[in-house]
Design a protein. Sequence first.
Length: 605
Amino acid sequence: MCGIVGFVGEKDDALPFIFNGLKRLEYRGYDSAGIALAASSGIAIQKTRGKLAALGELLASLPSGVPCGIGHTRWATHGRPTDENAHPHTDCRGEIATVHNGIIENFQALREELMAKGHVFQSETDTEVIPHLLEEYGGAEDLEGAVRKAESRLEGAYAFLAISSRHPDRIVAVRRTSPLIIGLGEDANYLASDFSAFLAATKRAQILENGDMAVVTPRSVTITNLAGDMITRPVITVDWDIKQAERGGYAHFMLKEIMEQPDVWGDCLLGRIHEDQVVPKEIGLTPELLTRVKRIQIVAAGTAYHAGLIGKSLIERLARVPVNVDVASEFRYAHPILDKDTMVIAISQSGETADTLACLRMAREQGVFTYSITNTVGSTVARESDAVAYTLAGPEIAVASTKAYTTQILVLTLLALALAQVHGNPRPDLVRRMLQLPLLGHKVLDRMNQGIESMAQRLAKTHDVFYIGRGLDYALAMEGQLKIKEISYLHAEAYAAGELKHGTLALIEEGTPVVAIVTEREVADKTVSNILEVKARGAEVWGIVDDWLPSTLPIDHRIAVPIEEPLLAPVLAAIPLQLLAYYTAVARGHDVDQPRNLAKSVTVE
């Protein structure tokens, strides 16, 4: 979950690169931050609780011109966000420093063992056992050997970087489950949890695999397994533009990413449709494989789970293939029944979501075909799946997902249509209409902004809000309530509209805000009846509705969306839900891009 950055060069100053790299990784955690620089004269460290800006005010105390260092931005797991718990952590003599992402599960036993040997700990973190183990195993003299010995003692899912004042020309890195990437430069090399940290310097990279250890110097990268055997990892070229990871004049990354959606939808669809048909190989599959699929199991978490619910509905309606959707953290412990005709689909924006990845591995152990939908090229989920489809949304920096969510829905729609083709239920009309979505998306954005902003001013003054819908609209309601909770901190709940009468109506009173989504034309009359039920109890209703519906609907705030095909409505109706959450959070004065207690990539259980 945390962000880690490393730099080792011939002459260049490590400090500016590390700090700028941490800025690009702050979405991974922002409880505290720190930087350590390694020189033969010693290790210089500056760290503090709070966001990266607080660290920036302290950097003048660090020496300039030091060409080797590591940095960290934290999402707290063990110990509260304090100066002492901020990374980097050091050994007793201050000769070794480490930064770490993930969890050391046996840290308490190791801590007690090391304390019994005289080691003095300064923090509450699990991470601090790493530098003390390195010290115990002679890391000052032989950093690589000490890392190898220490790593054999650690249990958990993690990645860490280690530097030493005795060896200020190298960084030793270990990856066990948590992501770690090496950027390859000229007279300098880089390490990070995410490509975005070093894209301004290089687009050439090597992705460390689970169990890899790397020794990185300014001119070399040596990768081995933990037994010391040499390993070759391919060099890849990252095709993201660094400008994609910058705000581009928008007040927040979230707003930028909402506004980018029609364009990234075009990127997502490009080449995947030909002559009114989906091209299976362009979403990582073959017609033969699709023909064999008799059942689908989707595993995901958070927003990706809500995309999976929409995918379930579309696949079952269009291809008549049964689909189950489960929250990944529950599925892996539910003793699931999987058979050879089942395809397990893992959906993850980052491709590193720990629970989703564990489900994927469990499916592979049972011999089931696995398929991943992710935004991140080279991510663990992508590499460990039998097949993968990339959403091609580009870097998504805001913690609350927007464009990754809608492109996940698009890929699932393509999959549903591809399955429908091979099962004898082609929908060329729907395939053609998919190509119109980017144009319709721009139309939605053109008519939305000002009206929703004023509506959000009203919503911002409330304490609770309910979201209702039926079918696809219910799945959208679940995502809408998550978005507004994540960034505005309003209490929100989503309900199937027909379930209101079974208890939830007791919570509706004068002025209670209800967001009603009405794009499912087959059940629109029934949803309108449910709106009348809450109106009769005094609710104030925000309606996100198909503009085909009459203007006389019993709603207080009408947000009309041009829906030409109800089965494609979710990506279009998602836009006003996102904007409503965004402007509500802005009106309440909250940090939209970095909401409290959250992080973008959840790499711990």
